[in-house]
Design a protein around this ligand. Structure first.
Ligand code: ZN
Length: 339
């Protein structure tokens, strides 16, 4: 407590970081958590390992998750989030350019910052609710006093939390001599909105959208799940088969629309990324594969139960009840196209 509530504390002081194997992010995690994290990922590169990974990155976050909202501590947290994103991309087998928000949405996860803030604020509330006169309550009250008393303004634990809240348009109710309880749900919801930012995905369908942001736009219109509870990555299939499926949903496959996009110096204009299986005229994107390509019509007949008036859009097609059958249809298409 004495260490973590000091003005100098941050992630670097709270967790030993002398494990160089995973670069800066790994050093932040410390020996034990970095080892557990990397071993779990690299030995079993499957989305099912996520329940193991996420708690590793929360270790002790009550103490550094919101502390020192600027400078070195912020860089450290950003590095940790980058490390997390990198491992998630590795697990799913998707391109480095895959936007983090899209990846997290597909896996039903929140940004680490959401977890860190929630845990920190719940920790705060536990301290605030401890009996008046107890050690924990007294320490927090002193800390609060140092941060908000006229002439002091210490950049400590309380001051950091207040600054974080202010950065998303929230404020900490401060009353002299009383430790306030913070509405965690309200703050977390405001943080989610803040992190989502503003975008104009709704303005364009993927086939007419500008190139900048096209990957996120495609996911938003064609793949984003309606339900927060059902996710494809939970299907009981092998890691490699799941990777192929997730690559399709996350624009990391080998259909011409994506190959031409990431061809570097050989960049192909969108209109020229055509399907070679049905005449070389239609643009070979995900929609074309699922609904349009005549070459795949026999497969659609084989999976006829998936195609109805209720499933005639990409999002409704992927949202239908029988996830496993959709999964098998997509993999059958990819096999047929040999991609
Ligand atoms: Zn075609």
């Amino acid at each position: 407590m004495a260490v973590t509530l000091s003005a100098l504390s941050c992630v670097r002081r709270c967790i030993p970081y002398n494990h160089p194997a995973e670069g800066q992010g790994g050093r932040l995690l410390g020996c034990s958590t970095a080892a557990a994290f990397s071993a779990a990922v690299w030995q079993r590169s499957q989305p099912q390992t996520l329940p193991v990974l996420v708690p590793s990155l929360h270790y002790g976050c009550e103490l550094w998750g919101m502390h020192s909202p600027s400078g070195a501590a912020n860089s450290a947290r950003t590095a940790l989030q980058s490390l997390y994103d990198r491992y998630l991309r590795h697990i799913c087998g998707v391109k480095y350019a895959t936007p983090s928000a899209m990846l997290l949405e597909e896996l039903g996860l929140s940004p680490l910052q959401v977890f860190w803030w929630r845990r920190t604020l719940e920790f705060w509330n536990r301290l605030a609710a401890s009996p008046v006169g107890s050690l924990f309550h007294t320490i927090l009250l002193d800390n609060l006093d140092d941060a908000f008393s006229v002439g002091r303004g210490a950049r400590n634990f309380s001051g950091s939390i207040a600054a974080c809240l202010q950065s998303i348009g929230q404020s900490m109710p401060v009353y002299s001599g009383i430790v306030p309880i913070i509405e965690v749900g309200t703050v977390v919801e405001a943080l989610r909105l803040h992190l989502d930012g503003t975008h104009n995905y709704a303005l364009h369908c993927p086939r007419a959208a500008p190139s900048v942001g096209i990957v996120a736009c495609t996911y938003h219109h064609w793949f984003k799940p309606f339900s927060r509870h059902r996710r494809y990555f939970q299907l009981p299939v092998s890691g490699r088969r799941m990777q192929r499926f997730l690559q399709f949903r996350l624009a990391s496959h080998k259909l011409p629309i994506v190959v031409g996009r990431f061809a570097g110096g050989q960049h192909v204009a969108r209109a020229n990324r055509v399907c070679t299986h049905c005449g070389g005229v239609a643009v070979a994107d995900e929609l074309h594969m699922v609904f349009e390509c005549p070459a795949l019509h026999p497969l659609r007949q084989q999976y006829a139960s998936l195609f109805s008036t209720n499933t005639d859009t990409m999002r409704s097609f992927f949202a239908q009840q029988d996830h496993m059958r959709v999964f098998k249809f997509i993999l059958s298409c990819l096999d047929f196209l040999q991609i």
